[in-house]
Design a protein around this ligand. Structure first.
Ligand SMILES: Nc1ncnc2c1ncn2[C@@H]1O[C@H](COP(=O)(O)OP(=O)(O)OP(=O)(O)O)[C@@H](O)[C@H]1O
Ligand SMILES: [Mg+2]
Length: 290
């Protein structure tokens, strides 16, 4: 299992080493090893309670595993110096599922917050950077003084993304980026993420339940079930694995449609939109006994 999920450590932007998470009698992660490779979009999927959000928080240094190590950019978040962790935080951005924006702050102030907190920049430069980031996500400067309550769900996600990109991160975390968006807005947000990832050469870790988002964006998918990563590989490879969670996940109408779309893309010799050079697939490992 570990061989499938790990790779040459020099390639890994994030590395989980023999990670265990235990809450009282409940084992959530059992000896998980994983490498997130530079430049890839890795999606985490799994049933409710399988430990996706916990793993994301561990990668952000917000929570420590019971055992094992979490390395980001080669630095341990567990045994490393807290000052180093603060510096590392400037190298990643996060779009949280809930509370994408501070409701009491304007659009401008939301995007300016990380710049004010972490860099000694003058107001003129902050202004220019905020407008630049808003343009990058397709939000016109005239919206900058609006409050979040006056915005649509799609705009809030875009501005949340602008804020996540404020410090020009190399690594981006997306927690359910398209949850709550209607299909059109969801599709245009997926396209935006693909474009930005390509422009900035980002490494992305995403948690999503949404099949269309998963298929459009993922270079690799890691499936969390039975306290482990039971499969890791391209969407095509994952979809053909035999684990029960995977079968259920892809069995519904949306799953079938998403898989048909991949087949069509394969027949046309292309790759999903926004994924120009999918990371080479390592291999796939199905859980024993399923
Ligand atoms: N601080 C905690 N104390 C005790 N149990 C916890 C704690 N954090 C998480 N858990 C438990 O760990 C398990 C994994 O939780 P987690 O939130 O990571 O799941 P998830 O895969 O993100 O689920 P969902 O898809 O519903 O968001 C759950 O059973 C949850 O109740
Ligand atoms: Mg969760």
């Amino acid at each position: 299992m570990a061989d499938a999920a790990t790779c040459d450590a020099t390639d890994c932007v994030i590395e989980l080493r023999k990670l265990w998470t235990v809450f009282g009698p409940q084992v959530v992660h059992r000896d998980i090893s994983l490498c997130v490779k530079r430049g890839e979009i890795l999606s985490l999927v799994g049933g409710s309670g399988s430990g996706k959000s916990t793993m994301l928080r561990q990668m952000l240094g917000l929570e420590s595993p019971t055992r094992g190590d979490v390395l980001v950019f080669g630095h341990s978040l567990i045994t490393g110096d807290p000052a180093e962790l603060r510096r590392l935080r400037n190298r990643w951005g996060v779009l949280f599922q809930e509370g994408a924006l501070y409701s009491a702050l304007s659009v401008f102030e939301n995007v300016a917050t990380p710049l004010r907190e972490l860099k000694a920049l003058d107001e003129g430069l902050i202004r220019d950077l905020v407008i630049l980031k808003l343009e990058m996500v397709g939000i016109e400067a005239r919206h900058a003084e609006k409050m979040p309550s006056a915005l649509s769900g799609g705009m809030i996600k875009r501005i949340g993304l602008a804020r996540a990109l404020a410090l020009e991160p190399e690594l981006l975390f997306l927690d359910e980026p398209t949850a709550g968006l209607d299909p059109d807005r969801s599709e245009s947000f997926v396209t935006l993420i693909a474009e930005i990832r390509r422009e900035l050469g980002l490494t992305v870790v995403m948690v999503t339940h949404d099949l269309d988002t998963l298929v459009s964006l993922s270079d690799r998918v890691a499936v969390l079930a039975d306290q482990q990563i039971v499969a890791i590989g391209s969407v095509q490879q994952i979809a053909s694995a035999t684990h029960q969670f995977i079968a259920n996940f892809f069995q519904g109408e949306r799953g079938k449609r998403a898989l048909e779309a991949i087949k069509d893309i394969g027949a046309a010799g292309g790759t999903p939109e926004g994924v120009e050079t999918p990371a080479p697939v390592t291999n796939i490992t199905a859980a024993q006994g399923h």
